[in-house]
Design a protein around this ligand. Structure first.
Ligand code: C5J
Length: 229
């Protein structure tokens, strides 16, 4: 048996040990599943990355999202997005990366990493629906300079389940921010990806090492089983 589901309490067989949470007190947080990272012509590709690696997690991520919605769980989507005037993009961030196609420059899907541009949207397969929270974040972490913490507090959320990209950058940063704010976090291993497979493997190890020093990891099938799917 992969997991136990009794009422709203779940025990998910995760690493390094069982992750316990209550559905009504848990949010599914989907980090930056945006065209800018996943499709050709966006920010990810401007940095020289092979975006097809990230596309591979879309089916598992979509399945998890649908199962979570079926149970009525809270869903939070994030987008790495800067204001059109780039007032929230420090030069130290803009000046790194690809010097001929920087954040805010016009690219094939509109201005790179700018809110409202078509490249900045969440991919169709995972598009938010009414009632779901969408957070635009100027940093790598989902809590920095956003209203996420107060939105979670208003809903008495205590645990977070993470999916999204990229594992060692925005996902791991967000999990570390969550950890410091007192949340228990689980990362679904087959619903997160990096442009660098070795970085993903290392990030998963770092997160769950030392008795879940940042959080837990598990394959999505363990959570699906806990949801009775
Ligand atoms: C990056 C992200 N990799 N969403 N952003 O710059 O991980």
């Amino acid at each position: 048996m992969n997991a136990l589901f009794s009422g709203t309490n779940m025990q998910i067989h995760a690493n390094p040990f069982v992750f316990e949470c209550e559905l009504a007190r848990t949010a599914l947080v989907i980090i930056d599943m945006q065209r800018d990272f996943i499709e050709p012509g966006g920010f990810g590709e401007t940095l020289g990355n092979d975006v097809s690696l990230l596309q591979a997690i879309v089916p598992a991520t979509q399945r998890m999202l649908h199962a979570w919605r079926e149970k009525g769980g809270l869903v939070v989507h994030t987008r790495e997005a800067h204001r059109p005037d780039l007032a929230d993009c420090p030069p130290s961030k803009r000046n790194r990366g690809n010097p001929s196609l920087r954040i805010g420059d016009p690219g094939p899907m509109g201005r790179i990493l700018v809110a409202g541009e078509s490249g900045n949207q969440i991919i169709d397969a995972l598009a938010p629906i009414d009632g779901e929270i969408v957070i635009d974040k100027p940093g790598k972490g989902a809590f920095y300079a956003t209203g996420l913490q107060s939105l979670l507090q208003q809903r008495a959320i205590r645990s977070l389940v993470f999916m999204g990209v990229t594992t060692e950058v925005c996902v791991q940063t967000s999990m570390r921010e969550a950890n410091d704010r007192g949340y228990d976090s689980l990362l679904l291993e087959d619903c997160t990806e990096s442009y660098f497979p070795a970085f993903k493997a290392a990030a998963l190890e770092m997160i769950r090492a030392q008795g879940a020093i940042v959080g837990w990891t598990a394959p999505s099938r363990k959570l699906l089983a806990a949801l009775g799917d």
